[in-house]
Ligand binder design. Structure first.
Ligand code: ADP
Ligand code: MG
Length: 405
């Protein structure tokens, strides 16, 4: 197996070694994401503001003539296969279920799938809150569409990816991750209304950079607490409906209405609901502040979001609090907050671009002086959603005609 210096080309040659056939010239690729603000609002039908980042899952693939789905994961060092008429048999929570689940969701929406061989690789860290799962789902959907001759509809595929994760894998996620991975536009963050799936592309300003700060801690309690928070939100809605029957989700509630129902609620339910109702205003506010270049305000919104997640929603953790505190103390930092479901995983900081490298070095040093975990800091840039990459063309344009100075 040769190394070309292009990891996607390496995946193609690896595909050849493994499956004894050449893959399509195109690679299906989908990005991970960070959520800039609007945390735990997605399953409340609210607003979120994710940004697809320059970390991807990519898939070298080839159409098969028989109805078999065969997949190798480089990360999990394993090849699995299943007949397309027997997808149900792999329902579960391991990596192959994410892939088979997308095929299952597509098939159950009436899409006629062709058999396919796929080699899955990528550089989205797995399980740290940057949504490697949605990147895997959307890259899978892109490859399956291409092999089966189906047009690519980002929103539809995002919904099907969510269905796969909810109903096949059994993870109760909202639709944000899949929408960011499928529908983001280059250079933009994606303001998303999770009820209507209406989106607005917000150009991300060049003067600022998003730095991802992976605490190195993992989210051991995440699944059960996540379900518990969802239950609190549903409980709040039930109570609020006794005041205003037309309410469907916390998205429909403002602070005044919530206050009026306060006597009917236990304190925990109330605090959870306050977080959601206030957090739901922040995506629009952050989008506006970025458009206007009001970076101090943008940072303030991120800090408020973190405080609310920590104090009202109860989903932060020791490492997330420390890493965001250290970040805020740095002069290049406008604001910082945990991103993703919480407890562990990643935080994001909004940083002046010219000082991003210095910020990363300084804050990482002070964090590792206090925490002995495999933490990682990196700057990321906004990228477009799932696509097909023409490796041959990429390599051609890269071949040096005039050597660089
Ligand atoms: P996150 O989405 O935050 O990275 P999740 O727990 O939601 O974390 O999803 C991680 C799971 O997605 C992995 O355990 C694995 O099953 C699947 N997955 C992600 N990336 C890959 C990959 N490159 N190859 C195979 N499976 C992957
Ligand atoms: Mg995920």
């Amino acid at each position: 197996m040769g190394h070309t210096g292009n990891p996607m080309e390496d995946s193609r040659s690896r595909f050849g070694d493994l499956f004894g056939a050449s893959p399509a010239p195109l690679i299906a690729r989908a990005p991970g994401r960070v959520n800039l603000i609007g945390e735990h609002t997605d399953y409340n039908d609210g607003w979120v503001f994710p940004m697809a980042i320059d970390r991807h899952v990519w898939i070298a693939f080839a159409k098969r003539s028989d109805p078999i789905l065969r997949v190798h994961s480089v990360a999990f060092k394993e090849t699995r296969e299943v007949a397309l008429n027997d997808l149900e048999s792999v329902r579960g929570s391991d990596w192959f279920s994410y892939v088979a689940g997308v095929a299952w969701a597509m098939a159950s929406s009436g899409i006629d799938l062709s058999g396919i061989d796929m080699l899955v690789d990528g550089n989205v860290p797995v399980g740290s809150g940057l949504s490697s799962s949605a990147a895997l789902e959307m890259a899978t959907a892109r490859a399956l569409c291409e092999a089966s001759g189906i047009a690519w509809h980002p929103k539809k595929m995002a919904r099907l990816g969510q269905k796969a994760e909810n109903e096949f894998v059994g993870v109760n996620c909202g639709v944000m991750d899949q929408m960011a991975s499928a529908a983001a536009q280059p250079d933009c963050a994606l303001l998303l209304d999770c009820r209507s799936l209406e989106t607005e592309d917000v150009l991300f300003p060049e003067e600022t950079t998003i730095v991802v700060m992976d605490t190195g801690s993992r989210r051991s309690l995440a699944a059960s607490t996540y379900n518990d928070r969802r239950a609190s939100c549903e409980h709040a809605v039930e109570i609020l409906r006794s005041v205003e029957p037309e309410i469907r989700a916390l998205r429909d509630v403002d602070r005044d209405l919530l206050e009026s129902a306060r006597p009917l609620m236990d304190n925990i339910t109330f605090r959870r609901a306050v977080h959601v109702v206030e957090e739901n205003l922040r995506p629009l506010a952050l989008a506006k502040s970025l458009r206007e270049g009001s970076f101090e305000l943008a940072g303030h919104l991120m800090n408020s979001s973190h405080a609310s997640l920590r104090d009202l929603y109860g989903v932060s953790g020791k490492e997330l609090n420390l890493i965001t505190d250290l970040a805020r103390r740095h002069p290049a930092c406008f604001g910082a907050r945990l991103t993703g479901a919480g407890f562990g995983g990643c935080a994001v900081a909004l940083v002046a671009s010219e000082a991003a490298d210095e910020f990363i070095a300084d804050v990482h040093t002070s964090y590792t002086a206090q925490v002995d975990l495999p933490s990682e800091f990196f700057a990321c840039s906004p990228v477009g959603g799932a696509g097909l990459v023409d490796i041959a063309a990429m390599i051609d344009t890269r071949s040096p005609i005039t050597p660089k100075e």
